[in-house]
Ligand binder design. Sequence first.
Ligand SMILES: Nc1ncnc2c1ncn2[C@@H]1O[C@H](COP(=O)(O)OC(=O)CCCC[C@@H]2CCSS2)[C@@H](O)[C@H]1O
Length: 334
Amino acid sequence: MIFIENEGVNDPHLNLALEEYILRNFDRGDDYLLFYINEPSIIIGRNQNTLEEINQSYTEENGVHVVRRISGGGAVYHDLGNLNFSFITDYDNTKLNNFRNFTRPVVNALNAMGVEAELKGRNDILVGDKKISGNAQFSSVKRMLSHGTLLFDCDLSEVQNTLNVKMSKIQSKGHKSVRSRVANITEFLPEPIDIKSFRKKIIEEVYRDQENFTTYHLTEKEWDGVKKLKAEKYDQWDWNYGKSPKFNIHRTKRFAVGEIDVRIFVEKGTIKSLKIYGDFFGKEPVENIEEILEGKRYDLAEITQALETINVEDYFGNVEQPEFIDLLYGEDEL
Ligand SMILES: Nc1ncnc2c1ncn2[C@@H]1O[C@H](COP(=O)(O)OC(=O)CCCC[C@@H]2CCSS2)[C@@H](O)[C@H]1O
């Protein structure tokens, strides 16, 4: 097992690119262990509908990164108090969908520190009924990635704030996260330690039965490859938002002029079709609005910009632009 030293890198886009780079480029036959800590972020599962999982107005206002990962499962919140561990190994179908193997040293290390942690269900590590770690896997033909979070000393109120979505009536085939009661490991530690010493104890447990401990630092050329993957994939709206499974949204809002009802079909993050229903008193046909928005990203900035070319009052009578945008995209409970 080769340990990849990556301390001090807290950009989630870069850390996820690094993990995928190791999976795809490092030699078969060798196993790698990587740890990383991210700045405040939501890390979305491969098959999730991003907008369905996040509170987007909150993430935008508070600069919380939103990044999709390649492994399945639900959306989790990370900050500097959350330690991620990642094993990158040869493909082995007896170890795929079996989280016991990779979480064992972590659970053992926690137990040795006096924390009564155990793997429960398929992929959660719990203390009592509180979740302290979520785990996921990804496999290519030859290699696999098994990784998990460790809520060491996170701001748990942010888990609620960032993952709490109010957007109504989305129907999609996206994988839905399983909401859990979460807790920090520090609550259960008899002796206080810092996150660095905590990481060290897990490393010692992983290497307990191994002859030697090898640390690897990526070369400059390898970092260039990681940065390229970051720029082309993990920094891209197309990956983080656009890769969401297709979904339907149905929203209705009562205005002084009457009720307006919209049905939006979104595929690859883009509005494929949009229909507006209601009794309107405007002088322009609503089909124009439908036409303007079709093909645009289902994204607040893009919708707002597209609608700058028209005057909503011409279509609906007494309806203001922001109210209409809110109908299309707002996160209020309608
Ligand atoms: N950081 C963290 N750790 C554990 N559980 C969390 C966390 N943040 C939120 N949650 C809770 O888990 C559910 C989602 O659980 P669910 O089971 O749906 O998803 C997961 O656990 C995915 C784990 C992915 C691990 C990767 C490892 C490196 S990059 S991310 C969420 O609604 C919260 O209730």
